[in-house]
Design a protein around this ligand. Structure first.
Ligand code: RBF
Length: 161
């Protein structure tokens, strides 16, 4: 694609032959599991093989960055999708854990060079968690998986420049 005769580099939504790791917290597992299902569904519907997807469960969102790092270090994945569910009403630790999860996940991606999609819900209420894990506001696991697919393809395109 070009804009005014200038080449534009962008990713496609094609996941064939790519390997994906999904990290998900057990905390608020009722919602986190919906995100995992959404992510798998999006990957498979865009061409990924189920054999090329690994789901790793960890205790909570605080551990999600650590496990994401561990997965990145294996170099067995083209992208990682990091999922968790924080609900403010349920935890006074909300701000601390969400800050650590956000910073940690970003730094794994920056340090490893592997795209990591951020799919940790930070909800003010149970209702928001319901809305974002497969109802009114869609499924954020699907959105994170789509971002991961696009980023893998984008990295390939950049490497081919
Ligand atoms: N983890 C989550 O993923 N979502 C939560 O809403 C959540 N709430 C927590 C509330 C408290 C008071 C504590 C102590 C932990 C909570 N965790 C939550 C778990 C946290 O991410 C981590 O797994 C544990 O603190 C163990 O390191």
């Amino acid at each position: 694609m070009t804009i005014d005769g200038v080449k534009v580099v962008e990713g496609l939504f094609q996941a064939q032959g790519k390997r994906f790791g999904i990290v998900a917290s057990r905390w608020n597992g009722f919602f986190a599991d919906r995100l995992v299902e959404g992510a798998i569904d999006a990957l498979v519907r865009h061409g990924a093989s189920r054999d090329d997807i690994s789901v790793v469960k960890c205790p909570g969102s605080f551990e999600v960055p650590m496990v994401t790092k561990k997965l990145a270090e294996t170099k067995k994945f083209d992208a990682i999708i990091s999922l968790g569910v924080l609900i403010r009403g349920a935890t006074p630790h909300f701000d601390h854990i969400s800050a650590e999860a956000t910073k940690g996940i970003a730094s794994v991606s920056m340090d490893s060079g592997i795209p990591v999609a951020f799919g940790v819900l930070t909800c003010d209420s149970l209702e928001q968690a319901i809305e974002r894990s497969g109802s009114k506001a869609g499924n954020k696991g699907v959105e994170a998986a789509m971002a991961a697919i696009e980023m893998v393809s984008l990295y390939d395109a950049i490497e081919g420049l």
